[in-house]
Design a binder for this molecule. Sequence first.
Ligand code: BG6
Length: 255
Amino acid sequence: AYMHQIMGLSVLEKQLKETLQLDNIIIVPGNSDEQERVKQEMGKACATFLRENIEEAGTIAVTGGTTIAAVAEMMTPFDKASCLFVPARGGIGEKEENQANTIAAKMARQAKGDYRLLYVPDPLSESSYRTMIEEPAVIDILQIIQGSDIVLHGIGDAITMAKRRKTSNEIIGKLQQEEAVSEAFGYYFNDAGEVVHKVKTIGLHLDDLTGSSHSVITVAGGRSKARAITSYLKQGRSDLLITDEAAAETILRDN
Ligand code: BG6
């Protein structure tokens, strides 16, 4: 049964690579919507990938969310180097345990690396944004974030994320009207992968990802995120997707 499952997943991986037009996909068995253990398995797959593939010291920028928190949980020191962990962006309305800062610090602890944090008021007004980006300490950490070697991020269902972040009814209305279906690091996307809204904060911008200077690792699973994953990957760049069986099957069924 075990071999059957492994072979089944590799067929699924092959099909999903074609559908999503991605070169690298890892699928873990199960549905993380239903079993917390499956989220931990995705976290473990990501931690193992990093442990085995990081060749030299570098910088890893991370987003928040429970999935990336599960990666932090499963992280162990890398085989060949230790890294610097930074949040990809400033606060975007998450609870403390789901914040990128918290996760970056935790990853550093688990992987025996270093971390630098980014303190930005959350939410950030237009005028404080302009003031903050002039601060030398902020400029310093922003350079590190923008120069990161790896970006590790989650994907969420748009409305689920907006509600979790206590987004105003006005913005939720806008997201519904614009038919937002996915969210990643504070950007909201429609089915075509177009940005329909973004949370004002500092750090990595979506455009920063399209260049080839960072490797992008995406971790997202669960049947409920199938549409969100497809939407984000329409235009968002990813070098490796780590997902679960339920999301993979649903994406293949619907596309
Ligand atoms: C957020 C990330 O914190 O977590 C997003 O910035 C992502 O990129 C979201 O959409 C996913 O959260 P979770 O809890 O479903 O992993």
